[in-house]
Design a protein around this ligand. Sequence first.
Ligand code: NI
Length: 173
Amino acid sequence: MTIRKILIHPDARLKKKAAPVTEVTSSIELLAEDMIETMYDAPGIGLAAPQIGVMTRIFVMDCVKDEGEAPRPMVLMNPEITWASDEISSYEEGCLSIPEQYGDVQRPAEVEMHWMGLDGQLHQERFNGLWATCVQHELDHLNGKLFIDYLKPLRRQMITRKMQKLKRETARK
Ligand code: NI
């Protein structure tokens, strides 16, 4: 397993729509393993393939928070939302591609999603709480959308400038 480099906003690849997975190949399995490893290493609760520069519709997540609880790494390919609640919830989101920046985003409190798993089968599940926020945030990544796109333009510009500065500084090192 390899820990992949996570792209930092702004990056053209984070603004592009990713292409569907057609078949679960061994390279897709390897990609999924690397993504889980990279997510835990960061550490984060979700990671989408475009964030490591792979323009494929796949994301991984594990929103288990409680110390004693067993981890639940999930791999979702070609995910689609099939139902969303009228109820909206607000959550302070962050993103591994936008380190140390947070903002309140409103999204449906509950969603139902279907996706293809590593077993090649179609899965369907209803998500709520942090899981619901996470699946919607990660699905956005596959469509070239970031959580800061939901924030007010001024706030978004401020965050983008901070990230440009951060990238310049790390490039110099
Ligand atoms: Ni993100």
